[in-house]
Design a protein around this ligand. Structure first.
Ligand SMILES: [Zn+2]
Length: 159
């Protein structure tokens, strides 16, 4: 009786590669989904810098209950956010895709949240860079170099 061949040899290597790719995708993506913000990936209507991510989740938690925030998250007119480059107010058009210049007072990011995100990202780098700034983070992870320079965060506004 011939010895049994290792079972691995008869499996389809393609199928197991697909399964591990899907698993990797799920494991990498799942934690991000609850906070996933609209990713417009389109130019700012003011000065045309490419916005890959509006980062709506970076506004203060207190703003999340506002109709403006819900409009931004739902990609609907009715709320604006300050462009991460030029800080001009941008708002979704009724088509749910295109960003337009808005006359509304825009939502702004929280400095505390943005710095935490940059620090977290920096700590995971090899070698770690816990001093990473929001400007560096948005350039590296979001491919938006030049964004957040001189940004006026919610904490900077005078009440
Ligand atoms: Zn802009």
């Amino acid at each position: 009786m011939p010895p049994r061949r290792p079972f691995r040899g008869s499996e389809s290597p393609g199928a197991s590669r697909v399964v591990s790719a899907i698993m990797a995708l799920i494991l990498n993506r799942l934690p991000l989904m609850p906070n996933m913000a609209p990713w417009p990936c389109q130019p700012c209507p003011h000065f045309m810098q490419l916005i890959t991510d509006l980062l709506v989740e970076m506004v203060p938690n207190a703003d999340r209950a506002s109709p403006d925030f819900k409009a931004m998250l739902g990609q609907m007119p009715g709320g604006a956010i300050a462009c991460p480059y030029c800080q001009g107010a941008v708002e979704y058009k009724a088509d749910g895709k295109t960003l337009a210049i808005s006359a509304r007072p825009p939502l702004r990011y929280s400095r505390a949240k943005m710095e935490m995100r940059a620090t977290d990202y920096g700590r995971q780098m090899r070698p770690p860079d816990p001093a990473m700034t929001p400007e560096q983070w948005i350039a590296e992870e979001k491919l938006m170099p030049g964004a957040l320079h001189g940004y006026v965060y919610v904490e900077d506004l005078t009440p």
